[in-house]
Design a protein. Structure first.
Length: 199
């Protein structure tokens, strides 16, 4: 669909659009034949079993070194997660619910010599405005537990440091996962990675 959109809207030649369906192929392309614009879907990167903070660092370094502008497409996530993705300062952040017109606006924005600010789609802006104060649902204690987990501390270690029962820390972790719509530890780890990258 994106390929057809580029062909129809921008009349790109066929060889200028490359697709990578795995992270190794993506890194190889970035190293040997970097594109002007890299479009990736959030769940492809952060849901991929091979993705970790080292690979994320490699992708960021390759893109910066070759002046590759990054577009991230997100699914309908919680406003908290959307805000963290926006804070990561991709060149453009779009939603799967945006129209092709919004993608067109983002590409035009990125073709400027020096875009003034990252492009955020109209849908995502409206989603964040409607969330209002509910944007960050975590309590300070829950945020602290997640931050310490992202630093590599176990629940037992966090309990010792905070002088709390392990069951209390586990409850805070469970409540945070529920609020964020996260159902597994591996998914939580991806979100923690994102949270730390957004700092």
């Amino acid at each position: 669909m994106i390929y057809r959109f580029f062909e129809d809207s921008f009349h790109y030649p066929q060889e200028s659009i490359l697709f990578s369906d795995n992270i190794d192929a993506l890194l190889a392309t970035l190293s040997t034949n970097p594109p002007g614009i890299l479009i990736s879907e959030f769940s492809f990167l952060f849901g991929h079993k091979a993705f970790n903070r080292f690979i994320n660092g490699d992708i960021v370094r390759c893109c910066k070194a070759c002046d590759v502008r990054r577009v991230i497409i997100v699914t309908d996530a919680s406003p908290w997660l959307i805000q963290h993705i926006i804070d990561m300062q991709f060149s453009a952040t779009l939603s799967l619910y945006d129209s092709s017109t919004e993608l067109h606006k983002a590409i035009i924005h990125l073709q400027q010599a020096k875009p003034s600010a990252p492009f955020i789609s109209s849908y995502l802006k409206a989603r964040m405005r409607s969330a209002g104060r509910q944007r960050f649902p975590l309590s300070p204690g829950e945020r602290e537990v997640l931050h310490m987990m992202a630093q590599g501390f176990t629940l037992n270690e966090i309990a010792q440091i905070k002088h709390r029962a392990v069951s209390t820390i586990a409850t805070q972790k469970h409540n945070a996962m529920k609020k964020l719509g996260v159902t597994s530890n591996s998914e939580l780890m991806k979100y923690l990675l994102l949270m730390e990258n957004a700092r």
